[in-house]
Structure formats: C-alpha cells, structure tokens
Design a protein. Sequence first.
Length: 175
Amino acid sequence: MIRAAIAVVLGLLLLSGCAAAPEQTPAATVPAAVEIPAIGARSSLVPLGLNEDGTVEVPPVATPGQAGWYSLGPAPGERGPAVILGHVDGNRQQGIFSRLHELAPGDRVSVSHVDGSRSGFVVTRVVRVPKGEFPTAEVYGDTAGPELRLITCGGVFDRAARSYRDNIIVFAVLA
C-alpha cells in the first residue's frame, strides 16, 4: 500500500516536474540491457534519476538509440512496475523505441541484469495517451508481481512545443 502511494505521488510529480527518491535497488538486480525482438530493439540501459528541477531524467537525446531505466523505482523482475524510457527519435535519427507502438499482446521483452540473470516479460497491452492524460496510477501503482512499463513519446509532433503530444506506454508482466 505504501509503495502504491509512493508510486502515485511519484507519477504525479513526474508530470508536474518534481519527484522524490524511493528505496534503493540491490546491486544484483540492476538491469544492464533490454531486448525487444518483435521490433528489432536492443539497447544497454543507463540508470536514470531526477534532474535538478525534480523532473525524471530521460536518456540523452543526442544518442536516441540509448534506453534508460528509472533507477529510483523497482528493477525489472522485482515486485512492482519497473520503468524503461527511450526516445522515439532524436538528433535526426530513429530512437530505440521508434517502433514501440507496433508491439502487441503476447510480444516478448527481455531484460538482462548485471549479474548475468535475465527477466522475461510478455506484453499485455499498448496504449497511446495524450501527455495531459497520463495514467499515473496504472503506470506507477503497486502491482501483485513484477511488471514492466516501456515509455516513449508518440502521436503528432508539436513543432511549437518541440515535443510529441502523446505517450506510448507498453504494459508487460513477468513471463
């Protein structure tokens, strides 16, 4: 229950640009890479935290093929929703999650860890939501077991805001 409350508050703060750090992840479960065969995506994972202004870090846009794991939440394979973020594009190149919207229920996602272990996940659903309607409780709320969220931008690119209007969110459960 407490983890759910922390996750909901963290998600709300993520949207408003502020957040606080939850519990630390044991070193053995730290994820090293993500692989999504159905869309030909593979990347090492960089740890992501918070920017100075309290917003959640994203991988460097100059290297859009790089994915990152939100290290202040659960690690993939731990109880709760682990979050991996990646760009749809950047620096005039396709991003690691350029085809994330193509995933479908039943597709597989594999996360390898620094200790050599792997966590396999099965996609249960893919949603596209306006950024202003981000489903914080669904993404960050407590779960009965290990789950994974893959998040990128999507939809129409707003040139004035220099940002996409929507988010693509993939929900997956431990296989």
